[in-house]
Design a binder for this molecule. Structure first.
Ligand code: SF4
Length: 214
């Protein structure tokens, strides 16, 4: 079994409750969405085919207990679930970042899904697979990336409608870099008493926000 891979590298986890921890990133190639603010469009095309053994060898070389499979959209490739299971068997804690457009239940138990619910300004909110919410586990995380007050209200309403604060480990709110002031979102969250965790994309403050592979 093979996976189309854009890059494998070690950095720190930038957005989730694991933010700040050393983490190996396995970035798959290809995405079927086109969020207007996407910062990983370089992973849409190209990449190289790697066997699961080759991916495992690269991961072992980088030597870190936390591994995130990201994209692009990892769940477009059937090999992602198999890779996640192999990483678990190798003793890794495995995170999978997904747009939420593909079914998430194919991933093995214990794999932490960090699932987006796309907001209107992304241009892709019609693609949210709302059925995925029923498959989320207590250890999973949901992420809303906000570019406007309209996006915030969308997130707030979804959090309330689906009781997301009770359903998952963390509901994450972050802003599109340079589009929305963090202070505004924090003010709105506090005013609405929202059960969510505000976060900044840490890696964009540490390195050049336009640089890839960090
Ligand atoms: S789902 Fe992720 S990779 Fe795909 S276009 Fe949106 S932000 Fe980019």
């Amino acid at each position: 079994m093979r996976l189309r891979i854009t890059e494998i590298y070690k950095s720190i986890q930038g957005e989730s409750t694991y933010a700040g921890l050393p983490c190996i990133f396995v970035r798959t190639t290809g995405c079927n969405l086109r969020c207007v603010w996407c910062d990983s469009a370089y992973s849409f095309f190209g990449g190289k085919w790697m066997t699961l053994d080759e991916v495992m060898t690269e991961v072992e070389k980088l030597d870190c207990p936390l591994v995130e499979i990201t994209g692009g959209e990892p769940l477009l490739q059937p090999g992602t679930s198999v890779l996640a299971e192999r990483l678990q068997r190798a003793g890794k804690r495995v995170l999978v970042e997904t747009s939420g457009e593909r079914p998430i239940e194919s991933l093995p138990d214990g794999v932490i899904r960090i699932m987006d619910l796309k907001c209107p300004d992304s241009g892709e909110s019609e693609r949210n697979r709302i059925e995925n919410i029923a498959h989320l586990k207590k250890y999973d995380e949901i992420k809303f990336v906000l570019a406007s007050r309209r996006d915030y209200e969308f997130a707030r309403d979804k959090i309330r409608e689906h009781n997301l604060g009770e359903r998952v480990n963390s509901v994450l709110l972050s802003v599109v870099f340079g589009k929305l002031q963090p202070v505004n979102v924090v003010d709105w969250m506090l005013a609405d008493d929202l059960p969510a965790r505000f976060q900044l994309q840490m890696h964009k403050f540490i390195w050049d926000p336009l640089e890839k592979g960090v």
